[in-house]
Design a protein around this ligand. Structure first.
Ligand SMILES: [Zn+2]
Ligand SMILES: [Zn+2]
Length: 341
């Protein structure tokens, strides 16, 4: 099958012909329809996340058809369209798994990091971790929901019942979750790189009430803030913008160091926390909610073989919307949701 392979961090991805995996017990064979690129993939590429499987097929926002079910699979049937997210496997018996916190399982294996993922024509996945993709969502629109959407959803939940939410870093996750926040009757302020008026305008178009530079204080005190930027300098900035009792939620898997700051910024019961990974319950909840909002995502399709170009496009952060890799067989007619950049 065709795939793009990471041989070592720091090297470009290598388009290659590799053998198609066979589903083992409890696994399904998935025919990949589309796989969105996540910023986490850039962190893996750059060697910022330790010990990836090597060589590795990255990709953890996979929309696919179940082609074959391995022995013992009870939750998926050939022909189902499913999503495969970052959480690929957990041990199911540690204190985190046993208390509804499988996202923190110390033995968790992550798709496209410890396990081969979706930058390929085919992949295998543990059937218990596949998620239902809502009907009516084209593949290209569904793919970014599977990480940007899910992590965004978990971050939004961690803000509790905050009414006015500041979102720092207005990329794909922010764009998706701003729509949910508005649907829930919350107010959204968007913070972007200083001077990025194009992104500020698109945030306003998506329902943000105010958009401005991350360096400037908001016109009103925030009830909570979510950081989708990997910039530790923004943590004290966000704490200073949040009202007493409010939370600052960091949604990135990797961040530059947080500078020291006076205790006064945390005092008055402000909370600073991170969000790590996702649980299957997060996935089921969000994918049921998304069509009700409805959450709209904009995506640009790239042929699988152009993975390096697509990754570069994500890295610049210049364009709004997600980059989605599509295998050639899906470009050639079987996938009506596909459009070329
Ligand atoms: Zn566990
Ligand atoms: Zn991701």
């Amino acid at each position: 099958m065709r795939a793009v392979v990471l041989d070592a961090p720091g090297e470009p991805l290598r388009p290659a012909e590799i053998s198609r995996p066979d589903p083992g017990p409890g696994q399904v064979l998935l025919r990949v329809r589309a796989c969105a690129i996540c910023r986490t993939d850039l962190h893996i590429l750059d060697g910022e996340l330790p010990d990836p499987k090597l060589p590795l097929v990255m990709g953890h926002q996979i929309v696919a058809d179940v082609a074959e079910a391995g022995p013992g699979v009870e939750t998926a049937t050939p022909g189902d369209r499913v999503g495969m997210p970052w959480l690929g496997w957990t041990d199911g018996n540690c204190r985190y798994c046993m208390s509804g916190r499988e996202n923190l399982c110390p033995n968790a294996r992550f798709t496209g990091y410890h396990l081969d993922g979706g930058y390929a024509e085919w992949t295998v996945a543990d059937a218990r971790f596949c998620l239902p993709v809502p009907e009516g969502y084209p593949d290209l629109e569904a793919a970014p929901l599977l990480c940007a959407g899910l992590i965004g959803w978990r971050c939004l939940k961690m803000t509790g019942d905050a009414e006015l939410i500041g979102i720092y870093g207005f990329g794909t996750a922010a764009r998706l979750i701003a729509q949910v926040a508005r649907y829930q009757g919350r107010r959204v302020f968007a913070f972007t790189r200083p001077g990025d008026q194009e992104t500020q305008k698109s945030a306003l178009d998506l329902g943000a009430e105010w958009a401005g530079d991350s360096t400037e204080p908001p016109p009103e005190e925030l009830d909570a803030a979510i950081l989708f930027a990997a910039v530790g300098d923004l943590v004290p900035v966000a704490l200073a913008a949040v009202a007493p009792g409010g939370a600052v939620v960091c949604g990135e898997i990797h961040m530059s160091d947080i500078p020291s700051f006076p205790y006064e910024l945390l005092w008055q019961e402000r909370v600073l926390r991170s969000v790590a990974n996702l649980t299957r319950a997060d996935g089921v909840e969000f994918l049921a909610l998304a069509p009700r909002v409805p959450v709209r995502s904009s995506a640009t399709a790239f042929p699988l073989e152009d993975a390096n170009r697509a990754v570069g496009w994500v890295r610049t952060g210049a364009a709004a919307g997600a980059a989605v890799l599509v295998p050639a067989a899906m470009v050639e007619g079987r996938n009506p949701g596909t459009r070329q950049p």
